[in-house]
Write a protein that binds this ligand. Sequence first.
Ligand code: SAH
Length: 388
Amino acid sequence: MDEYNIKTVEEGLTKIQFPEFDKISSEAPVFYNPHMELNRDISILALQTFQKQENQDINICDLFGGSGIRGVRYKNEINGVDHVFINDISETANEYERHNVKLNNLEDIEIFQHDASMFLRMHRGEFDVIDIDPFGTPSPFLDSAGYCSRRNSLLCVTATDTSALCGTYKEPCIRKYNAKPYKSEYCHETGIRILAGFVALTLAKYSKSIEVKLSHSTEHYMRLYIEVKKGSKKSDECLKNIGYISHCKHCLYREQNKGLATSTPDICPECGEKLIQAGPLWLGDIQNAEFISKMIEESENKKLNTKEDVLKLLESCRVEAKSPATFYDVHKICKLLKISAPKLDLVFDNLEKEGFEAVKTHFNPLGIKTNAPLKKIKEIIKTLSSSN
Ligand code: SAH
């Protein structure tokens, strides 16, 4: 450890040290990304909410420890945690994980140096929470998570390969997630749904199913909190939420069709142009309002540096629960119609006045999630724009 200059950071109630680095990169001797603090703060609330829901002490696996910041924070800041298992393939990471456990005077944290999949398989069924927070894609580790996760456990998954999931690069998405992405204005939501769909399909191999409690796309990463259920019947039911989104880039029409081997329409019913398909992906719920409300309540008991942003994000995710699987971008519609953009709030007011549901989305500040048909949305926007 003496060979490096040491940097100290404080997140929540926890102090963490690691070798100083010039640039956030997987090349750093020990990885630490300050932009992920919001992700970790949200994890504290999600895991505490899960622990309370289970009403018993929980064992947590931090599968890609890095500096150990997650595992150490989980033990230090969440009540009702029994043991924390921190794993990392790097010996230097292990050194700092041990150091950071001591720095915070903690007990009942064990440190391991294994490949992630190997580690999970060595401890099958031992964890109430498995946190998968790797570099890039979580895809190669999901089989082991599926095989080893136990009934009613919480699976947390981060993906930083958003360019693949969002469809900037199609091939890597097909390779890693066996799904076709599409880069539309709502591609971040499609990306999260591809990731969730891939988790559901992978877990189904082991007769397990998923219930998404919370998901968010922030900066350059996506994060899912999933409750894992066991049983082949439930798993069959769960897979009924897999399907496809068909999108028209000419008029912005879209529709969704559930079913893994379902037929999807080729031609846009609105304008007659060719539709583009994305999927297979998850068309079930990606937010659970009740779970998120409990996380919001829980924030009152926690010291979190990013609390203001956490609450803004959670509130938005809570409101999005039960909304459609895509959203409209008002500016994109205005560009298509060659008109100036009306005030966003007026579009919401008018949709509601006409009896439709309309909510904002954390995916895009200009996004509208609504059950109104596209024709109606265009009509409202045109009227508002002309009276501007
Ligand atoms: N979760 C950490 C960041 C982890 S970065 C945080 O919140 O800060 C990813 C870590 O995974 C690195 O420390 C790297 O050494 C480790 N790693 C890479 N491949 C691995 C593998 N196959 N099995 C286990 N650990 C691995």
